[in-house]
Design a protein around this ligand. Structure first.
Ligand code: NDP
Length: 244
């Protein structure tokens, strides 16, 4: 894997799960990273302490609040002076069948997953356009492609992210900024720990590779995209063959 020594990377929602593993993997490849969290400060602190290398940053940032995002990016630029990449990873679920899903559950998932992605990308693009370089990597989900009962809010947010990815890629390509998405399948994290044994078995049976993915699978795909100079506007599936 290519060394990422001169890369300065903001990773949203990196206090645990996939975001934490992305940060740890990129730091291992010598990138300088900003760990960000909205409320899990203890867990974010632990991830921060676990990073290889120095100069990393720990920031509080609520992706639903553009003022909080602006403050975090200001601190990032004060510390590193340059922004090589944004990994838009923060996300939540609030599942419920269509007729039972409340407005507030639809709104909060859209606000965190889709609006948050847009707010952060817009802020990052300001700096990247000036520098005429950068990568934006959005974390989508396989369910954007195949749908999932009980997740109307989450699936809509992730399908929105994929459309946003293609549009931003088109708008920003002239400034040498690459925008891509990664669509993970079912990955072992807190999010999937909410599933019971029966649900996990049912999911595993549907996956051609017959196993759930690991956060490291996503981290390695992020590193791959960061080392490419000719991929933009794509959604990379990392799902064990669940959707082909
Ligand atoms: P986790 O629930 O383990 O972690 C979610 C992260 O998002 C936490 O760091 C959390 O920080 C942060 N976060 C939540 N709300 C906000 C907010 N308002 N502002 C800033 N940060 C916030 O999730 P995963 O690691 O499982 O998922 C990471 C991404 O991968 C998500 O986008 C998810 O949709 C996607 N994904 C996951 C899959 C899986 O199987 N796990 C499959 C497909 C996609 P804090 O606690 O501080 O709020």
């Amino acid at each position: 894997m290519k060394n990422l020594k001169d890369k300065y990377i903001m990773i949203t929602g990196s206090s645990r799960g996939i975001g934490a593993t992305i940060a740890q993997h990129l730091a291992k490849l010598e990138a300088k990273v900003a760990i960000t969290y909205s409320s899990s400060s203890d867990s974010a602190q632990q991830v921060f302490q676990s990073l290889e290398g120095k100069e990393h940053l720990l920031l509080q940032m609520d992706v639903t609040n553009s003022e909080s995002i602006k403050n975090a990016f200001d601190k990032f630029m004060e510390h590193f002076s340059t922004l090589s990449a944004l990994v838009n990873n923060a996300g939540i679920t609030k599942d419920g069948l269509l007729l039972r899903m409340q407005d507030k559950d639809f709104d909060s998932v859209l606000k965190t997953n889709l609006y948050g992605n847009f707010y952060c990308a817009r802020e990052a693009a300001k700096y990247m356009i000036k520098a005429r370089q950068g990568h934006i990597i959005n974390i989508s989900s396989v369910v954007a492609q195949i749908g999932n009962p009980g997740q109307a809010n989450y699936v809509a947010s992730k399908a929105g992210i994929e459309g946003l990815t293609r549009t931003m890629a088109n708008e920003l390509a002239g400034r040498n900024i690459q925008v891509n998405a990664i669509a993970p399948g079912f990955i072992k994290t807190n999010m999937t720990e909410q599933l019971n044994v029966k649900q996990v078995q049912a999911i595993t049976d549907r996956i051609p590779l017959k196993k759930l993915g690991h956060p490291q699978d996503i981290a390695e795909t992020v590193a791959f995209l960061l080392s490419s100079s000719y991929i933009t506007g794509q959604v990379i599936s990392v799902n064990g063959g669940l959707a082909m």
